[in-house]
Design a protein around this ligand. Structure first.
Ligand code: MN
Length: 247
């Protein structure tokens, strides 16, 4: 099995290395990741300038390339240069991607880009631990998740979040109850006003959601889809207005 791995924290991220080490048990691994950190760039792609791909000596035994583009660009470049892959992995992101984070996440976007290009994909993100990230407790769970999700019947796109002290694995839904986006005002050293987009802690998550799983130190597996159509609304409006314009 040929496995392409990217991330949004950049080619030197320790999370990329940890994921490569686990994935190597499952197949041949090649790394394509951004030159520098691209967290929260979402599914941006680069179309106003050319992209460059440079081989790097990163980890012994792994072929690795850095790209001057976004996480989604890296997956497109990787699949182009490899002539395809059987599986794309993204991560391990330094920090969780739960609930509405999925809209902004470069980590999840790299996985989405793979699915857009016809390859199944898994995004991995891990809780911050207040210090340097460590992966030893998570690695057995990552291996378990990879063996589950590389089965033929597995979902095509899965968002995986790993707690600091994992004690089990659960299928979850994306929490959409509340949004933690907040603007915080500050002042620069010259006295000019500026603004930070930041996050505030949210209230209790709904049971069975990705946030709930992480609150219970469970590895969260959320199957995602690319079709954003609101099916409930579509059904309702079609009932009321079967045709909007008739000849
Ligand atoms: Mn990141």
């Amino acid at each position: 099995m040929r496995i392409l791995i990217s991330n949004d924290d950049g080619i030197f991220s320790p999370g990329l290395r940890a994921l490569a080490e686990v994935a190597a048990q499952f197949g041949e691994v090649v790394l394509f990741a951004p030159d520098y950190e691209q967290s929260a760039v979402g599914h941006a792609i680069t179309i106003m300038r050319p992209l460059q791909v440079h081989k790097v000596n990163l980890i012994a035994g792994f072929e690795a390339y850095r790209v001057n583009g976004t996480p989604a660009d890296c997956v497109a470049m990787g699949l182009y240069h490899l002539g395809g892959a059987d599986l794309v992995l993204s991560g391990i992101n330094i920090g969780l991607n739960l609930g509405n984070d999925v809209w902004h996440s470069g980590t999840v976007a790299a996985a989405k880009q793979a699915v857009l290009l016809g390859v199944r994909a898994i995004a991995f993100s891990q809780a911050l631990n207040g210090g340097e990230p460590t992966y030893e407790k998570q690695k057995p769970y990552i291996a378990e998740v990879l063996s589950m999700l590389t089965q033929a019947q597995a979902p095509r796109l899965v968002n995986v979040n790993l707690p600091n002290e994992p004690r089990g694995i659960r299928w979850t839904h994306q929490s959409v109850r509340a949004y933690n986006g907040k603007v915080v005002e500050g002042q620069d050293p010259m006295g000019r006003k500026h603004f930070w987009l930041t996050a505030v802690p949210l209230t209790e998550p709904e049971a069975g959601s990705d946030r709930w799983a992480l609150d219970h130190e469970l590895v969260s597996l959320t199957p995602l889809r690319l079709n954003l159509t609101d099916e409930d609304w579509l059904e309702r409006v079609r009932e009321r207005q079967p045709a909007l314009i008739d000849e």
